[in-house]
Design a protein around this ligand. Structure first.
Ligand code: SF4
Length: 100
């Protein structure tokens, strides 16, 4: 197998694994609060900055780090909602679902 084909196959397998699990790669960019999807979901990198008037059911104990859709570590990581990007562990969006 030629090197470029081999590299393509490895990259494809990695991409598929990431897409399937929602895990982000360390090189994946952080979600910006100004992105249309982030705005639509009220995403904030700091859960204490969430608009309480717009999201009255939100509380500061809710964050990506304890969300069922979070696939990251202590500081940041993947989220099944924001494919190919990382969210802050201390962040929050309106798709929040508490871990069981
Ligand atoms: S779905 Fe969960 S992990 Fe993803 S951004 Fe929203 S609160 Fe964070």
């Amino acid at each position: 197998m030629k090197s470029s084909r081999r590299q393509f196959m490895i990259l494809s397998a990695t991409t598929l694994a990431v897409a399937t699990t929602g895990q982000a790669l360390a090189a994946d960019p952080m979600v910006a609060e100004t992105e249309p999807q982030a705005i639509g979901l009220g995403y904030k990198a700091d859960t204490t900055k969430v608009d309480a008037t717009k999201y009255p059911k939100h509380n500061a104990k809710q964050n990506c780090g304890n969300c069922m859709l979070y696939k990251g570590g202590a500081a940041a990581g993947g989220c099944q909602i924001f494919a190919g990007k990382q969210v802050a562990a201390k962040g929050w969006c309106s798709a929040y679902a508490a871990k069981a």
